[in-house]
Each structure stands twice: as structure tokens, then as C-alpha cells.
Design a binder for this molecule. Structure first.
Ligand code: 0A1
Ligand code: ZN
Length: 884
């Protein structure tokens, strides 16, 4: 819980550590009542530190100190003091061994930070500052140490004892206990330390590295889950090979372990050679896991593996540099997933997340640059900005340098900084040094928050055969940053003519361009206003702008409906085709809003319907793309576009439009559904995932009509599917319909899957996201269900998170019941798990977007939270910044 005055930490105050820890020897005696941690730290003064007589100040929270000794001499209580999170020893030699004994109680640790228990096993989560809940330490990433870890525990209850690195000894002890010793040869910061003790099954495989080294791969899970590890194992081997092929990076130890735990605050953690995963990101089998679940496992396994180089071998100097490892690693995992499946689908999914969650964050009270310059609680900065926008920034460097020079840059970065804790600036410098490309102005992406806006206009001069694009950039103010310097924005463009893409030639002397081929060009936008003139343009083209979403910006171009239809039909860039469909959908929603306001029936434009009809009929297209193009912009995306956001009106307009589309295209949807139904054995490959995605999109539309034939399709799909993707899609459309069968369906689903917690989470989520009135009562009732447990973050996310974050129409109920419900849950979770409490809070922080009545109700709930005693620093930071 927070100090009286939670303090803000500034990047500008960074100082090198006054002491270094060369070796860290830890001994854990794991017990049911308490756990004893003994550390022996070889400490010396840091020669690079300017403060020569600094006291030794170690971090530590919620620890019971038993003893402290320096070079074998026990200190008495006058030789150290405790202040806040620090243990201070004023008088220490220049080099010494500190021995420290502490007692902790992992079984009572509900914050899931430090050492805690999950389903009977001991496990750790130390990033960012959790190690200080285990023992006193210099818990900062620029203190790197060689760890040796001894673990003692009851052999029956905890037959598996794991830590980082290589197993160096095992021993059977008296009283039924046993001991293992682990040595990690690579120096690492404390946040990468891990320990696991439990009764676990092990699924094993092997990988031979590019230089012929054999690596043992082990996935540890509860016995009942041993049949759900194949996909994670295959993904791990694919990721290891991919990192060798694409980045030249080889794995560096003889063993790589993954452990799955039920209770975990995030997706997974890249601890050196002992990754710890949320079960939701490692377990998968067709009967229990959806296609999206399979893809998430593949992506997260790869992400954590890639951290071995981008994060572990080269780590962060301080937590302001978090995007150094996260932005780069997300970029790497996105490219990997693109290579494993459909690149366009992956890109559209990532852009969708960015344009909803990240753009919203960048426009809200918690907006921060990808390298923040201050924070109260670092846990609040594991954000879509640091991760996803951070990845977009790395992607832009890739675009500006091209793949070969980018690879030269990453080679230089890894070689130059192997074994070091470095900064984002070091990354950019390596890219510049290897490529010769000037990234001076580009650095603003690291220091400035906010989503830049690009207003583009075009002029065609038929006489001169010139086509000119004029680009104006601007960026709105964000907290603490009122005016922004212009960004360096790579703008990928093509020009579509009657017979395809035109050859591009810029007028002589135009600056800053990179040519990918002669029909696509990356324009370097650097000025507040800038024009680019293409010569030899024989017809007025349709511009294809921001191809591949080449920069994380909001693009504004006054396209006509015909131009959008042309892009949607024939652009060779998958992202731009999809985006054109979304802009057309947005125009339809605007029309539907106007129609409903005027009491008219909603009638979609016939050209739009024809385009959708053509999509449904074209069997040559990628089904996943068709499915995405048929979907109207999400309510989350609409909330980014409309000011203020009238949630209820938007929801009604969007739903009325969906129904009208379903009625107009019923025959085509039915035919598409039938065409996509298949008896093939389940595979999580791109082709099958695409087919299921299109089939279930068609089903969802058909179920809006909600006639007998649609209901029969849904019921039969629900009852007969052998994979969870189809079964859950059918359940979802039933739950959102008036079909009397839905209560039965929910009950049968629960009966069949009650022994599978991850499936029951999906069951909670489907109900939490139900668009029909009354969802809040159901969510409240489900919180008392025996399968719900507020201490388990996955359950909290599935029920409370999904309701508040993804069920706008019910969360924003006009009487404020949704807001009250969320505030109540945040107040409870603030005590048990502050990280989850502050993440859950996010929908309330966006209060400024909504209509005045909603604003008032939301604000009142934020104030109620702020008035609570014992507010954690996590919740305090988010609430207080939202109210500023
Ligand atoms: N580094 C991990 C994310 C992570 C961060 C914090 C955690 O606990 C509070 C856990 C995991 C990753 O990027 O995967
Ligand atoms: Zn990561």
C-alpha cells in the first residue's frame, strides 16, 4: 500500500548505481508456514559512480529481516536503518560479502509479484520490481549479477525444483526433503530471476541450433494438461529457427524451460531459460482452444523466446527504456507470426489494436511517449503505447532502412551491447551507425506522446501530367507536452490508374524519398507541410496512402465513395483494401445515425451492398480478409472517431445497419456459410483459420435475422462441432439472440467443460459481452458462481474486464450502474492485487470522451475510488492522473 506521498520518479534523475553485485547466491527453504531466503551477495563500489561515500541502500518490501552480516560479522540493529522500501547500511567496505536472511509468506501473497503460490506450486514474477519482495537487493535492471540458486523443499509436494540456467546438483535430504542447485552463467538483473517448485508433468523435445548444439526443451504443466503442449512446443521450435534465419541469433544454453501457471498477472515472462507462462498462453488443443487462442500461444511463446536476445542478453538500463526490449520484441514476434500465417491478416489485427486501444491511450489522461519521462508506479507503464506503438516505431526504422540495413543495425546492436544494460538511444545509434541513415528527427517518436495527424490533399494537373500530394502533419497536446516538433513519418504510397498501379517518378529535386519498386514509394514526411509532385501521370489516379500502415498516424484524405470502392476492390495492399472497407462502413454508420435520428428506416447504400456481395461470392479471396472486410468498424474504433461519444446511439445505428446488411445479403451469406463448412480434421493453419473466420462471420450476420433457419444452423453447429472455435462462435450468436435454446446451450456448455478452467473463462466472457439488456445483472450473479475466483486474474479479465471493456452498451448504461460496478471491483482488488485493479480501471479513465451526463457519473466513481484509504500506488497514479 502506498506511502503518504507517492513520489514521482524522473528519467532525468537517472544515476549509475553506487554499488554493483558481481555474484548472487540464494538459498530458498520453501515451507508451508513461511519460506526462508538466505542471500550472499558479493558487492563492490561502482567505479563509475560519482558518489564515493554513498551508503548501501537496498530495496525490500514486506520482508521479515532475520539477520544481516558483512564478511561474516553479524550487524547489530544500530548499523542499519529502514526507510520506506529501503534498507540502508551507512558504513560498508569498498568490496564485501553481504549475507542476509529474510522470511516471507508466499502463500499469503495475492499480488502475484515476488514469490507466490498458484494451484499449490511456488512460482515467481519479478519484473519489474518484484524481486524486492523476495530479499533485500539492488532491484534495478542495470545491476547485473551471476546467480547461483539452491532450492530446498518437501520432495512429495514439490518434486520439481527449477531456477535459471543449468542444474548443477541434486540431493535427497532427511525428513523427506530434497535440494537442487542451479547456476546461470549469464549475468542478469534481478527481474529475470525465476524459481518454480511443484508437482508438474514435463513434456520434452529437442532442438539442434545452427551451430549443431543440442538444446533440451521442456514444458512443465499440471498433469491434466500434458496433452495441450504440442502447439507451444512446435511454436517454440519454429521461433528458435526463425531467430536464427532472420536475425542470426542462436540460443545460448543447453536447456530451455517453460512453466505454465494458473494465476498470472500478464501473458508470460521471459526469465532467463525459465519462462513462466499464464496457462492461457501455453495450453492449446482443438477441443478446448479457439483459433485466436492457438495464434496467441504461437505469438507469446515466440515473444518470450525472442527476449533471450532482445531483453536478456541486451537488457534495459532503467525502466524508462522498457520499449527498448518490448517494442523491439513485439516487432520481432509480429514479423514471425506474419511469416507463420497470413501477413495481411496479422497486420490488420495489429493495426486494429493500435487504432483502438493505443490511439485511445495516446488521447487520454495517461498518454505517454514510448519512452516515458516520469512515472509513479512502473507497473502502470506496461502499456499498448510502450509495447505496440513501440513496435511501430521499430517497424518505421525497418521501413526507412530497408531489410538489409536493418539487419546490419540489429547485428551491430547485439554485438556492441551484448551483456549490457542500455538505452533506446543506444538502439537508434546502432541503427544509424550501421546504415548511415540519419535518424535525428526520427528520435521525436521516442520523446513525444500523442498520435500525429496527417491531412493529405491531392491536385491533378492534366496539362502538365503532374499529380501533387500535399501533406500537413500536426499532433495534439498531451499531458505535460503542449507543443510538438514535427515527426519524421514514412508515408508509403502508390497511385492506382485504370489498368493498375502507375510508375512513380518524383519531380527533380524533391527530397527524402525511398523507392521500394517503381510503383510504390516511401515518402519521408518531415515538415509541418510538404508537397510531393509525381511526373508523367497520364490519368487522374486514386491514391493508395499509408500502405501497410507505414506509420502510427491518423490519416485524413477526402476520398469519394467511388475511390474507396475502387481501393476496396483492387488495391494490391491488403491493409489499404481493408481500410477502404472500414471507411465505407463508417460512412454507412453515419448515414444510419442520421436515419435513426430522423425516424427513417436504415437502408445501406446499394453500391456498398454490391461490394459486400462481390466479396462474399469471390472464392479466390483470402477468407480471413473477406471476414474482416465484411465487419463494420468496431464500437471501440467508433469511440475514437466521434466526439463526444454517444454510446447508445452509435450502438443502435451499428446494430440496425448490421441487421439491414444481413437481410439484404441473406442468400449470399447462407451460400458462403455452406461453402465454408468442412469436415476436414482441425488444423490451426492459415487456410483453415480463414475458412472458419468467414463461416462464423456469416453465421453471426445470419443470426441477426434470427429466423428458424439461422437458429438451426447455430444450434447444429453448437452441438456438432468438434473444435472450440466453431462451438464458441455458435454459442456467442445464440447468447446474443432471442433463441429460447440459449439457456440450455449455456448450461450444457458449462456441464461439459467445468473441469477446464480456460474454457470456463470463455463461458464467462461470452456472457459478459452479451449485447442484450440485463448483462450487468448476469455478470453480478456470475461473480457468485463457484467457478469464479476474484484472486485469479484470468477470471477477473474474462468476467469483469470483458464486461467493462468490451460491452460498451451495457457498461455505459444511463443510470451509471456499470460505472458503479467497476469502481466497486477496483476498490476490492486494490487490496489484493493492485496491478490488476489499475488495469481494470482503464474504461473509467476515458470519461472525457462521453456525453456530459456520463462524464459526471464516471467522474463521481473515480472520486469515490480516490477517497479510499490505503490506495495502492498503482491505482492512485491512474485515478489521480485521470482526474487532473
Ligand atoms: N516482460 C513480459 C511482460 C511482463 C511484465 C510484467 C509482469 O508482471 C508484472 C509479467 C510479465 C513480456 O513482455 O512478456
Ligand atoms: Zn515482452
Amino acid at each position: 500500500m502506498r506511502d503518504a506521498q507517492p513520489s514521482t520518479i524522473y528519467l532525468s534523475d537517472y544515476e549509475v548505481p553506487a554499488y554493483l553485485i558481481d555474484t548472487t547466491d540464494l538459498a530458498f527453504d520453501l515451507g508451508e508456514e513461511s519460506t526462508k531466503v538466505t542471500s550472499q551477495l558479493h558487492i563492490r563500489r561502482n567505479p563509475a559512480s560519482k558518489t564515493s561515500n554513498a551508503p548501501l541502500a537496498l530495496h525490500g518490501t514486506e520482508l521479515d529481516l532475520i539477520s544481516l552480516a558483512i564478511d561474516g560479522r553479524t550487524l547489530d540493529a544500530t548499523e542499519w536503518t529502514q526507510s520506506g522500501e529501503q534498507l540502508i547500511i551507512a558504513d560498508v567496505p569498498t568490496e564485501f560479502v553481504l549475507r542476509c536472511e529474510t522470511l516471507i509468506r508466499p502463500q499469503d501473497n495475492t499480488s502475484l509479484e515476488g514469490l507466490y503460490k498458484s494451484s499449490g506450486m511456488f512460482c515467481t514474477q519479478c519484473e519489474a520490481e518484484g524481486f524486492r519482495k523476495i530479499t533485500y537487493y539492488l532491484d534495478r535492471p542495470d545491476v547485473m549479477s551471476v546467480f547461483t540458486v539452491e532450492i530446498i523443499a518437501d520432495a512429495q509436494r514439490y518434486p520439481v525444483l527449477l531456477s535459471n540456467g543449468n542444474l548443477s546438483a541434486t540431493e535427497t535430504l532427511a525428513d523427506g526433503r530434497h535440494k537442487t542447485v542451479w547456476q546461470d552463467p549469464f549475468p542478469k538483473p534481478a527481474y529475470l530471476f525465476a524459481l518454480v517448485a511443484g508437482k508438474l508433468a514435463c513434456v520434452e523435445d529437442r532442438f539442434t541450433t545452427m551451430n549443431g548444439r543440442e538444446v533440451a526443451l521442456k514444458i512443465y504443466v499440471e498433469n491434466k494438461d500434458a496433452d495441450k503442449c504440442d502447439h507451444a512446443m512446435a511454436s517454440l521450435k519454429n521461433a528458435m529457427r526463425w531467430d536464427e534465419d532472420v536475425y542470426g541469433r542462436e540460443y545460448d544454453l543447453d536447456i530451455f524451460n517453460i512453466v505454465a501457471v494458473d494465476d498470472f498477472n500478464m501473458g508470460a515472462m521471459e526469465n532467463k531459460s525459465l519462462n513462466i507462462f499464464n496457462t492461457s498462453c501455453v495450453l492449446a488443443k482443438p477441443e478446448t482452444t479457439t483459433d485466436a487462442g492457438f495464434q496467441r500461444v504461437e505469438g507469446v511463446v515466440a515473444h518470450e523466446y525472442f527476449h533471450n536476445w532482445s531483453g536478456n542478453r541486451v537488457t534495459c538500463r532503467d525502466w524508462f527504456q522498457l520499449s527498448l526490449k518490448e517494442g523491439f520484441t513485439v516487432f520481432r514476434d509480429a514479423e514471425f507470426s506474419a511469416d507463420m500465417g497470413s501477413p495481411t491478416v496479422k497486420r490488420v489485427e495489429d493495426v486494429t489494436l493500435l487504432r483502438t486501444a493505443q490511439f485511445a491511450e495516446d488521447a487520454g489522461p495517461m498518454a505517454h511517449p514510448i519512452r516515458p519521462d516520469s512515472f509513479i508506479e512502473i507497473s502502470n507503464f506496461y502499456t499498448v503505447t510502450v509495447y505496440e506503438k513501440g513496435a511501430e516505431v521499430v517497424r518505421m526504422i525497418h521501413t526507412l532502412l530497408g531489410p538489409e540495413l536493418f539487419r546490419k543495425g540489429s547485428d551491430l546492436y547485439f554485438d556492441r551491447h551484448d551483456g549490457q544494460a542500455v538505452t533506446c538511444e543506444d538502439f537508434v545509434l546502432a541503427m544509424e551507425d550501421a546504415s548511415g541513415v540519419d535518424l535525428g528527427q526520427f528520435r521525436h517518436w521516442y520523446s513525444q506522446a500523442g498520435t500525429p495527424k496527417l491531412a493529405v490533399s491531392a491536385q491533378y494537373d492534366a496539362d502538365e501530367q503532374h499529380y501533387t500530394l500535399t501533406v500537413k502533419q500536426s499532433c495534439p497536446a498531451t499531458p505535460g507536452q503542449t507543443s510538438k516538433a514535427p515527426f519524421h513519418i514514412p508515408l508509403a504510397v502508390a497511385l492506382l490508374g485504370e489498368a493498375g498501379q502507375l510508375a512513380l517518378q518524383l519531380q527533380d529535386g524533391e527530397p527524402n524519398t525511398e523507392t521500394a519498386d517503381n510503383t510504390e514509394m516511401v515518402l519521408s514526411v518531415t515538415e509541418p507541410e510538404q508537397s510531393f509532385t509525381f511526373t508523367g501521370i497520364h490519368e487522374e489516379p486514386v491514391p493508395s496512402l499509408l500502405r501497410g500502415f507505414s506509420a502510427p498516424v491518423k490519416l485524413d484524405f477526402a476520398y469519394s465513395r467511388e475511390q474507396l470502392l475502387c481501393l476496396m476492390r483492387s488495391d494490391s495492399d491488403g491493409f489499404c483494401r481493408w481500410d477502404a472497407s472500414q471507411q465505407l462502413g463508417l460512412a454507412e454508420i453515419n448515414q444510419a445515425l442520421a436515419d435513426l435520428a430522423a425516424g427513417r428506416e436504415v437502408a445501406p447504400d446499394s453500391a456498398y451492398l454490391d461490394a459486400c456481395r462481390d466479396l462474399l461470392a469471390d472464392e479466390t479471396l483470402d477468407g480471413a480478409m473477406v471476414a474482416m472486410m465484411l465487419q463494420l468498424p468496431s464500437e471501440a474504433y467508433l469511440a475514437e472517431i466521434f466526439h463526444p461519444v454517444d454510446v447508445i446511439a452509435l450502438h443502435r445505428a451499428r446494430e440496425a445497419l448490421r441487421l439491414a446488411i444481413a437481410i439484404a445479403l441473406q442468400a449470399e451469406l447462407q451460400a458462403c456459410y455452406e461453402r465454408c463448412s468442412s469436415d476436414a480434421a482441425y488444423a490451426a493453419d492459415a487456410a483453415q483459420i480463414a475458412q472458419r473466420s468467414l463461416k462464423n462471420t456469416a453465421l453471426a450476420y445470419l443470426m441477426l435475422v434470427d429466423d428458424d433457419s439461422a437458429r438451426n444452423l447455430a444450434i447444429s453447429q453448437f452441438e456438432n462441432s468438434e473444435n472450440m472455435t466453431d462451438r464458441l462462435a455458435a454459442l456467442n450468436s445464440l447468447v446474443n439472440s432471442a433463441a429460447p435454446y440459449k439457456a440450455d446451450a449455456l448450461q450444457r456448455f458449462y456441464q461439459n467443460w467445468q473441469h477446464e478452467p480456460l474454457v470456463i473463462n470463455q463461458w464467462f466472457q461470452v456472457q459478459a459481452m452479451c449485447r442484450l439488456p440485463g448483462s450487468i445483472d448476469r455478470v453480478q450473479a456470475l461473480m457468485a458462481h463457484p467457478a469464479f475466483d476474484i484472486r485469479n486474474p484470468n477470471k477477473v479479465r474474462a468476467l469483469i474486464g470483458a464486461f467493462c471493456g468490451q460491452n460498451s452498451v451495457n457498461f455505459h448504461r444511463e443510470d451509471g450502474a456499470g460505472y458503479r460496478f467497476l469502481a466497486d471491483q477496483v476498490i476490492v482488488l486494490n487490496r489484493s492485487n493492485p496491478q490488476i485493479a489499475s488495469r481494470l480501471l482503464v474504461p473509467l479513465t476515458k470519461w472525457r470522451k462521453y456525453l456530459p451526463a456520463a462524464q459526471q457519473l464516471m467522474c463521481a466513481e473515480l472520486k469515490r475510488i480516490l477517497a479510499q484509504p490505503d490506495l495502492s500506488s498503482d491505482v492512485y497514479e491512474v485515478v489521480s492522473k485521470s482526474l487532473q
